[in-house]
Design a protein around this ligand. Structure first.
Ligand SMILES: Nc1ncnc2c(CN3C[C@H](CSc4cnccn4)[C@@H](O)C3)c[nH]c12
Length: 228
């Protein structure tokens, strides 16, 4: 089976790559894709670069050019829910785009005609994640993740996103990956480890915790890969 493991930043996939052997590099569509065998799995690993457009391009390229059959996203996120603290793992049950706004035409935030506000993650992959977390004694929360093309470092914006979408965490790539995988019929799973609280300290906390949180997410992704 061909499994895609995506991140947005180099720091999010470095902990994945360093645990793989005989990694091959492929330059496709202005990006670098790494392939390697992991047990019985064929892995395709890449960081997309930041934001919804780049992450959509990478997800589509992984599926259309590399034949990815299951997509796992590993990375960091800003917390919205007060129950989420730096280093905590959260798996997306569904994802939305908090910066998609044609409310001027009477539509809800995050909605465009023939689209949907939320895209649901694959229940089977969520089930595997919950089972792995239980067996390994890892605390894994589930929640709604809101995606937008902005680094949120403002309590008011964070509160608005939380209230408008009932979101538990926010980032800049998950919902676009979800839309691509959903449209192309590829089961997907988005895992994030909290790096900051999307408030006035977000920039400092992000710099301080990016690496350690990215490793936490990557380590759990390997626990899931071992079950696929
Ligand atoms: N508060 C937050 N708001 C929005 N997104 C996030 C994330 C998740 N990632 C990290 C990175 C921030 S932008 C970036 C740009 N340059 C350097 C580092 N990060 C982008 O890929 C989204 C963690 N905390 C977030």
């Amino acid at each position: 089976m061909v499994v895609g493991v995506m991140g947005a930043m180099p720091e999010e996939i470095d902990p994945i790559l360093k645990r793989l052997e005989n990694v091959k590099k492929h330059e496709v569509a202005d990006n670098v894709y790494y392939t390697a065998f992991y047990g019985s799995l064929d892995l395709v690993v890449a960081y997309s670069k930041i934001g919804k457009v780049f992450s959509a391009l990478t997800a589509a390229t992984m599926i259309e050019k590399f034949g990815v059959q299951k997509m796992l996203f590993s990375g960091v996120a800003g917390a919205i829910s007060p129950a989420l603290h730096i280093g905590d793992l959260v798996a997306a049950t569904k994802l939305c785009q908090h910066d998609l706004d044609i409310t001027a035409f009477g539509h809800p935030y995050g909605y465009v005609p023939e689209g949907k506000v939320y895209v649901e993650a694959d229940p089977r992959l969520l089930e595997i994640a919950a089972s792995v977390a239980y067996k390994q004694g890892v605390k894994l929360k589930r929640g709604i993740i809101a995606t937008g093309d902005q680094f949120v470092a403002d309590a008011e914006r964070k509160a608005w996103i939380g209230q408008t979408f009932n979101a538990d965490a926010l980032e800049m790539e998950g919902a676009s990956v979800a839309v691509v995988c959903d449209a192309l019929g590829v089961p997907f799973f988005v895992l994030r480890a909290i790096s900051d609280a999307a408030d006035m300290d977000a920039g400092f906390d992000f710099d301080a915790f990016l690496q350690s949180s990215a490793v936490k997410s990557a380590d759990f992704i390997f626990m899931i890969l071992d079950e696929l």
